[in-house]
Design a protein around this ligand. Structure first.
Ligand code: FES
Length: 156
């Protein structure tokens, strides 16, 4: 007679049958979870780093356009159009415009009008970014593509 302290032993056949049922159940459950996860991409596409800043005809020498949502400053001179990042190269704060250039509000790095470091902890100047012309006549800035300081995109 069995009780809670001395349960009857399970026959080997019953134990193996239950074990195989549990194994099959776990395999089916694991497969179902895997199939459900397939529908959702595990790598999400990154937002494009390229964006339009306006028609090329809008850019005349002396025009300065700040694209605040992208933290980019676009300048047009007689040399062409250039884009400069407004992200501090120290720890990534957005720099503020000053009379002589830019100043980082976080740790005080100072940059001149062309982004050169004049003081502070920033290890290098503000990044100059690639500017190109799209087929529709818009100028496109690519935040993922750095160009040498002083490189302007010629517009004719
Ligand atoms: S983040 Fe600009 S100086 Fe530190």
């Amino acid at each position: 007679m069995s009780n809670r302290l001395e349960p009857e032993p399970i026959p080997r056949r019953d134990f193996l049958g239950m074990a195989s049922m549990w194994s099959a159940g776990i395999a089916v459950l694991g497969s179902a979870i895997g199939m459900a996860r397939l529908a959702k991409p595990s790598v999400l596409p990154e937002a494009s780093k390229r964006f339009r800043v306006g028609k090329v005809s809008e850019f005349k020498p002396g025009i300065v356009k700040v694209i605040a949502e992208q933290n980019v400053r676009v300048v047009c001179s007689s040399q062409g159009v250039a884009a400069m990042s407004l992200i501090c190269t120290h720890l990534g704060c957005v720099v503020d415009k000053t009379e002589a250039g830019f100043k980082c509000p976080c740790h005080g790095s100072i940059f001149d009008e062309t982004g050169k470091v004049l003081g502070g902890p920033a290890p290098r100047g503000l990044l100059w970014l690639s500017v190109s012309l799209a087929a529709d006549g818009s100028l496109v800035v690519d935040k993922g593509k750095e160009v040498p300081e002083g490189q302007f995109f010629e517009i004719t």
